[in-house]
Design a protein around this ligand. Structure first.
Ligand SMILES: [Fe+2]
Length: 513
């Protein structure tokens, strides 16, 4: 099917809404990404294997290493020691390590929840949307898919992940006042060292992601441990290096790395290779709203809840190599002798390996490339003790979130007896870049094209029952519309810091208000 033709010039277009948005707004027409599904986002789902990258990545690594050799080696030794304890603790605690809170308690969250959430980067917020309402969203979703059999999905012959961005259910869930409140609560765990940075976690913005409706028995949507938000970009000067996000780690002071500092993320380019599925906005948390009752091994999410240490590990891993490889140790000795810090050294000579990173794809991890993290995926047959832990059982209306640097995965096989369904709804703050994205996303919404970060094509432009701006307005006439870029931000709002006020004014200009 031919892609809709998009011109490369700027134009003005009138988008009609009943009360708020009857004016010309500037929209920026962008070329679409090529058509695709979720398999294009990861090297392993595309059948690619990992290996050395093009030689320039050896220079990227050499530049980071230069002058920091001793500090990095010492830092690595400290990190391995810390991981030894923390990884074992997670494997022992399993799902209970993931902090939980009920939606009705988020205004008075306990200090235990706060401390654990900061350490783990993962949370379950129970009952964000009433169960009955969430179940209705699922039925409405099924009706929309049934009415539109042309909907693209992965895999084609037995769909589990649908290329849907604008179904009535997604529109309602993203703008639901409770969900927006939950996102605010979560994003306020971030802080900015620069009080004037143009970022506000108190003003969530919408990012139109897809959904999973995984059926019992499925083993195709088996997404191993990975991290979203690009891969090679985390080492590159023109990627995360623009904000020096991981500088502490690359200087040999991993303990100083603060995964919750937001201003350093503003200049980041996390999609240098126009990857399908790469997220080009600043997304503080990925998250989903559950539409089903789903437990461990039932096609659900697994996480490695060791935020800062795991990030430091997978970023430093390409600089180090074992003195003696695992296969030279007897099986029983691998855990101790092979993993021991004394068996690891700075990799001599140039190397362009960035373990699990492939330009244009997500960062992948596995037990072979990242042996100290104990990432072996548990299965029903071999539950084992892994540092990849399942989400606890969730019910319709529960919201699950994980920090943008979190290693996560999806069950290899869905062994449950009913669908495992979620709407992916990340938590994104207002920033200038995110406002620019809203302009493009708003345009895609009005045409029914896929969200601009994902594979292009006609998307839902011909879908029956696709919501309009008026439908969106009916769900949430204020916060929801604003979060979508369809209503101006109120820069006169009480209690705004100076940076926030300036941000709202500038965002309004970007959005054409
Ligand atoms: Fe992911």
């Amino acid at each position: 099917m031919a892609s809709p033709l998009r011109s490369s010039f700027h134009f003005t277009k009138t988008i009609r809404t009943s009360n708020y948005f009857k004016r010309n707004v500037t929209t920026s027409a962008q070329p679409q990404k090529k058509e695709g599904d979720i398999s294009a986002a990861f090297a392993s789902l595309s059948g690619l294997s990992f290996g050395p990258l093009e030689p320039r990545f050896a220079n990227v690594k050499a530049h980071l290493l230069s002058g920091n050799e001793e500090a990095l080696h010492n830092s690595w030794i400290r990190l391995l020691k810390s991981l030894r304890e923390e990884v074992a603790l997670i494997a022992e605690l399993g799902s209970t390590v993931i902090p939980e809170i009920d939606f009705q308690d988020i205004d008075k969250a306990s200090s235990t929840f706060r401390v654990e959430h900061k350490k783990r980067g993962v949370a379950v917020i129970r009952n964000v949307i009433p169960q009955g309402e969430a179940q209705s969203l699922k039925q409405e979703l099924r009706d929309y898919i049934q009415a539109n059999p042309q909907t693209r999905a992965f895999p084609k012959e037995n769909p589990q992940v649908y290329e849907l961005y604008w179904s009535p259910s997604q529109i309602k869930a993203r703008s639901h006042p409770n969900l927006i409140k939950a996102q605010r609560f979560l994003m306020e765990f971030w802080h900015s060292k620069d009080p004037n940075a143009l970022i506000s976690s108190g003003h969530p913005t919408i990012y139109a992601d897809r959904l999973r409706m995984r059926l019992p028995g499925d083993s195709r949507f088996a997404l191993g441990p990975h991290v979203d938000g690009g891969s090679c970009e985390r080492w590159e000067e023109e990627g995360y290096g623009r904000g020096k996000v991981y500088d502490a780690i690359f200087r040999g002071k991993w303990e100083d790395f603060d995964p919750w500092e937001s201003s350093c993320r503003l200049p980041v380019v996390n999609d240098m290779y126009q990857g399908v599925g790469a997220c080009s906005v600043f997304r503080m948390f990925q998250g989903w709203l559950s539409l089903s009752e789903t437990g461990p091994f039932e096609g659900t999410l697994l996480v490695n809840p060791l935020l800062s240490r795991s990030t430091a590990y997978f970023l430093l891993r390409p600089f180090f190599t074992p003195k003696r490889p695992a296969e030279l140790f007897t099986k029983g000795a691998q855990d101790d002798a092979f993993l021991a810090a004394s068996n690891w050294q700075l990799k001599p000579g140039p190397s362009s390996w960035l373990h699990g990173a492939t330009p244009g794809r997500g960062q992948e991890l596995n037990a072979l490339l990242h042996p100290h993290l104990n990432l072996k995926m548990p299965t029903l047959q071999e539950p084992g003790r892994s540092a990849m832990v399942h989400m606890p059982k969730v019910n319709p209306g529960d919201y699950v979130s994980w920090h943008c640097d979190t290693i996560h995965a999806v069950d290899g096989v869905h062994t449950g007896s009913s669908d495992s369904s979620v709407l992916y709804i990340p938590a994104c703050p207002l920033t200038i870049n995110n406002a620019k994205f809203l302009v493009r996303q708003r345009e895609a919404f009005t045409h029914g094209w896929p969200c601009p970060d994902f594979g292009g094509g006609v998307g839902e432009s011909k879908h029956v029952g696709r919501p309009t701006v008026q439908d969106l307005e009916a769900v949430s006439a204020d916060d929801g519309l604003r979060a979508f870029g369809l209503k101006s931000w109120d820069s006169g709002e009480d209690g705004l810091a100076e940076g926030q006020r300036l941000l709202l004014e500038r965002a309004n200009k970007v959005l054409g208000f």
